[in-house]
Design a protein around this ligand. Structure first.
Ligand SMILES: C[S@@+](CC[C@H](N)C(=O)[O-])C[C@H]1O[C@@H](n2cnc3c(N)ncnc32)[C@H](O)[C@@H]1O
Length: 271
């Protein structure tokens, strides 16, 4: 128990220090290295996961317009969601910041003749992305509009700053005449008082409550339900459906839309 407690303390201290001092560029580079080396996300590896999780299949059935349609997938990894959505009858444009993963997705799309357009880029770049291989700039606003969009599994939580989370939702909604879905790491109301160092770091603007770092997935931000609702409102969008169920086999997600398409996007449903 002592070793376990010491390790857990070490983990918390490292997470605190890294989220205080690491620059955005360092955390971006760390993300791309960590995910680029994780084989379940690499479409060229035998371990690649290529199916939607059950909770994702349910949410697509609940909030997406029926196929055919055009779907935008961000934080796409090697294309797990993209290839499954194609199998369900959608055309997909997908982007990912890790060059290794984006390349693996592009190669798999080409080899299988799948209707997936693959780009390189991160949420902060939108609407400008790059072609895989040539690095040629692509402006998504110049292409056909999307009927639905999804920020790949928990990738929303890798966005480091509140204003960037708000602009990401806005940019997705500007490109999409339907629901925009994001899954995320949830933060339940803490019953423990915050450590005074943590309060100080927050006041000094070094980090925000909910910011975390693990060597496994790099930086991530745990969002509370209230915080998300405020970010959606600040983006000028409407929450059309949501689930905060994080029990085994589920993952919390929200579906948002521009007010002018919200009523068509989905019936309101919360679990
Ligand atoms: C948990 S993985 C999910 C990958 C894929 N969607 C899947 O489920 O197989 C999270 C993905 O988000 C990507 N990501 C991290 N930060 C991002 C950002 N700022 N913009 C877009 N994607 C990002 C990572 O590179 C990683 O591929």
């Amino acid at each position: 128990m002592l070793v376990d407690r010491a390790l857990s303390r070490y983990d918390r201290v490292r997470s605190f220090l890294v989220t205080c001092v690491a620059s955005d560029d360092v955390l971006d580079a760390y993300n791309d290295l960590a995910y680029g080396a994780t084989r379940v996300y690499d479409a060229s590896a035998p371990e690649f996961r290529e199916r939607l999780f059950n909770w994702e299949g349910d949410l697509v059935a609940q909030v997406f317009p029926p196929p055919p349609g055009r779907v935008l997938v961000g934080g796409a990894g090697g294309g797990r969601e993209a290839f499954d959505l194609v199998a369900r009858g959608y055309a997909v444009a997908a982007f990912e910041p890790s060059a290794v993963l984006a390349r693996s997705m592009a190669d798999r799309a080409a080899a299988g003749n799948h209707p997936v357009e693959v780009f390189l880029g991160r949420y902060q770049d939108l609407p400008m992305l790059r072609q895989v291989g040539t690095d040629e700039a692509v402006d998504l606003t110049k292409g056909p509009r999307f009927d639905a969009a999804i920020l790949g599994w928990s990738s929303f939580s890798h966005i480091r700053h509140r204003q960037e989370r708000i602009s990401t939702l806005q940019r997705f909604a500007e490109l999409t005449d339907g629901p925009v879905v994001a899954s995320f790491f949830i933060r339940r109301e803490s019953i423990r008082p915050r450590h005074k160092l943590s309060r100080w770091a927050g006041r000094a603007g070094l980090r925000a409550d909910g910011d975390r770092f693990t060597p496994h997935i790099g930086f991530f931000h745990q969002s509370s339900a209230d915080e998300l609702a405020a970010e959606v409102a600040a983006a000028g969008l409407v929450m059309v459906a949501s689930s905060y169920n994080d029990t085994d086999g589920y993952w919390p997600w929200i579906a948002v839309a521009r007010p002018d398409v919200a009523s068509a996007a989905a019936p309101s449903a919360s679990t």
